[in-house]
Design a protein around this ligand. Structure first.
Ligand code: CAA
Length: 251
């Protein structure tokens, strides 16, 4: 469960000191090449596993391929005795703008439910080594959920957290309703989930407190799948892709 969240500003450190600049090639020191992430080992002793989301044109939207690559990189770091901790980061503009809406747009309820859509995302929260999310820019929907799956969140000044799924006619599906409640409290979490409004790193830190995570994640995932049986979910995602306002019919 993430500590939500420690602002780098408040810690008195410039963002760039923690959110390492990655110049290395797309080659993982402990595995093969990746298409959607950059993977490296950092630090004097190469003991920090480093994963940078790398889909800049899509604001690091978390497509299936990216999350599969993330799982592989995490497996490799977990097995690598040299690695003591793992950092997941994005860019200054976006940690991640959520699950990939273009990929989800035409999915059906049957596909989501039958295939247990998003279940493999859980790998992030089952890693035994400490995982740190270094967040700047948008951390929305699945991006916010990805950050909250990490053990600690360090947020830069430009970080914005939000669960805007309601604006797409769906709900958070990767732990948002559960972890956000525990991270920022029920009232603010409900406000964020029901309005889609975003909060800054400062606001998140002010409302932060810790509770333990319970079983609600499974229920949430099933409810998320159920939104794929509604017309409004299809309309919400289609409107996003077509760059127009959604015309919800409560169906
Ligand atoms: N999925 C797919 N593509 C996305 C995306 C997403 N989540 N977010 C942004 N993009 C793409 C845009 O489609 C656009 O691509 P094109 O240039 O090919 O059209 C590109 O990234 C840049 O985005 P914008 O032009 O929209 O950039 P902006 O600066 O005007 O707005 C933003 C930025 C406010 C983040 C806006 O992109 C946005 O609202 N994104 C969607 C956020 C969202 O709804 N996230 C939740 C997804 S659902 C989810 O995550 C479910 C879950 O719980 C797992």
């Amino acid at each position: 469960m993430a500590t939500f969240c420690r602002s780098l500003t408040l810690l008195g450190r410039p963002t760039s000191s923690l959110v390492y600049r990655l110049t290395a090639a797309r080659q993982c020191s402990s595995g093969g090449p990746y298409e959607y992430i950059l993977v490296d080992k950092k630090g004097e002793n190469k003991n920090v596993g480093f994963i940078q989301l790398n889909r800049p044109k899509a604001l690091n939207a978390l497509c299936d391929g990216l999350m599969k690559e993330m799982g592989k990189a995490l497996d490799d770091f977990e097995a690598d005795s040299q690695v003591g901790a793992i950092v997941i980061t994005g860019s200054d503009r976006a940690f991640a703008a959520g699950a990939d809406i273009k990929e989800m747009q035409n999915r059906t309820f049957q596909e989501c439910y039958g295939g247990n859509f998003l279940s493999h995302w859980n790998r992030v929260s089952t890693v035994k080594k400490p995982v740190i999310a270094a967040v700047n820019g948008y951390a929305l929907g699945g991006g916010c959920e990805l950050a909250m799956m990490c053990d600690i969140i360090y947020a830069g000044e430009k970080a914005q957290f939000g669960q805007p799924e309601i604006l797409l006619g769906t709900i958070p599906g990767a732990g948002g309703t559960q972890r956000l409640t525990r991270a920022v409290g029920k009232s603010l979490a409900m406000e964020m989930v029901l309005t889609g409004d975003r909060i800054s790193a400062q606001e998140a830190k002010q409302s932060a407190f810790e509770l333990t995570l319970a079983e609600g994640n499974r229920l949430e995932k099933r409810l998320f799948h159920a939104t794929f049986a509604t017309e409004d979910r299809k309309e919400g995602m289609t409107a996003f892709v077509e760059k127009r306002k959604a015309n919800f019919q409560d169906q």
